[in-house]
Ligand binder design. Structure first.
Ligand code: NAD
Ligand code: 89V
Length: 344
């Protein structure tokens, strides 16, 4: 089969990683790019040798000549661009956060369903090597049935220098980072029935919350905690590691700082190094994220060719996005929020 041709919209900070990822993906490559900022268009076009450059997505779709589109813009443009792709019947990848509201996200899923085109949310954290290793350890049955979990991301890394818009929004850590951690909680322990959340803003220089603690009830009866912070200074900065604790009927799993996986049961304890590969274009400490960008994009190409639904399809990611909305609602009302009512 010939390589899939892709077009990328949004040539900003993170798109550079996506472009590197596409270079490594087997069976797909980017043939056109679009950004309304001419400077970003030139930087990315020159770096990756892309001749077809557009300031306007409508013009790029009108010219066509690609099999899918990868939307790497920030959240406020996602709905219009996904609906544009659906109207042109072009399969579409959209960066997280899915949309500004759950209503927008539902409309985007409906538009793609009506058009009959696949939609994947670029929710890459579940594709990180250490997270996949936890899933595998759980699937091996080594700890029996999990009944409790903790998914933790606590850091003082300066994310604002690379992504200044993160300091400006009314919402910050749950929408931007907690969304990944909530998705990991779903990926590992399954869908969520209800949650309760508390938030804080510690950094006075930003507008949104930078600390959140969320208690989740999973459909399978497990309880978990998702705790995220960008206000936590530690002796060794763990960014961008998600640490995991899982207790099961037969044992426990710990994913600890430095990418070590520890599995304990009646047979003893095994320790495994589950550090991500440092890809040729990657840099520390981001290499964990970089590798997952390549992995999710390879998954998209494989699924698109095979006509299979992706792991983080629009329909799947609605269930993660509902947890984001529920967390903000719970933090405001101090009530437990039922997820079913949001997804109905
Ligand atoms: P950015 O502001 O650096 O880049 C966005 C680019 O999109 C800009 O160059 C802007 O000009 C362009 N753009 C916006 N609207 C457009 C439109 N309608 N048509 C054409 N171009 C348009 O933002 P970023 O930091 O690269 O973030 C992009 C997205 O990636 C965000 O949703 C962010 O949450 C996500 N992100 C994900 C990860 C991850 O690990 N998954 C990491 C960082 C950022
Ligand atoms: O995933 C993200 O969107 C990033 C980061 C990992 C830094 O939080 O903003």
């Amino acid at each position: 089969m010939t390589d899939l041709k892709g077009a990328l919209i949004g040539c900003g900070f993170f798109a550079v990683n996506q472009m590197h990822g596409w270079k490594d993906v087997d069976g797909a490559s980017i043939v056109a790019i679009c950004d309304r900022d001419p400077e970003r268009l030139k930087i990315v076009g020159d770096q990756f040798g892309i001749e077809r450059r557009y300031a306007d997505a409508n013009a790029m779709f009108a010219d066509g000549g690609f099999d899918f589109v990868d939307i790497a813009t920030t959240v406020n443009s996602h709905r219009a661009l996904v609906e544009l792709a659906a109207s042109r019947k072009v399969p579409v990848i959209c960066q997280k956060p899915f949309a500004p509201t759950l209503a927008d996200a539902k409309a985007m899923v409906a538009a793609c369903n009506t058009a009959g085109v696949p939609l994947m949310i670029h929710e890459n954290f579940r594709w990180q090597t250490p997270i996949q290793a936890v899933r595998k350890a759980l699937d091996s049955g080594a700890i029996g049935t999990p009944f409790w979990g903790r998914f933790s991301f606590r850091s003082a890394y300066d994310v604002f220098s690379g992504q200044p818009y993160l300091a400006e929004g009314k919402r910050f850590i749950i929408e931007d980072l907690g969304i990944h951690t909530l998705d990991i909680a779903r990926f590992i322990l399954g869908d969520v029935t209800s949650l309760s959340a508390r938030t804080k803003r510690v950094n006075p220089k930003i507008k949104g919350e930078d600390v959140a603690t969320i208690l989740l009830d999973h459909e399978n009866g497990a309880t978990s905690i998702v705790d995220v912070s960008y206000a936590t200074r530690q002796s060794v900065e763990p960014f961008p590691e998600t640490l995991i604790e899982l207790d099961g009927t037969e044992g426990s799993i710990r994913l600890t700082q430095g990418y070590e996986l520890q599995v304990t049961n009646a047979e003893g304890t095994t320790n495994t190094d589950v550090a991500p590969t440092l890809l040729s274009w990657a840099s520390r400490p981001w290499h964990n994220i970089h590798e997952s960008v390549y992995a999710i994009q390879q998954h998209w190409a494989d699924c698109l060719k095979a006509g299979k639904e992706t792991s983080t399809s629009g329909a799947d990611n609605l269930k993660t996005f509902a947890l984001v909305e529920a967390s903000y609602e719970s933090a405001e009302t101090k009530a437990t929020v039922e997820i079913g009512k949001l997804l109905a």
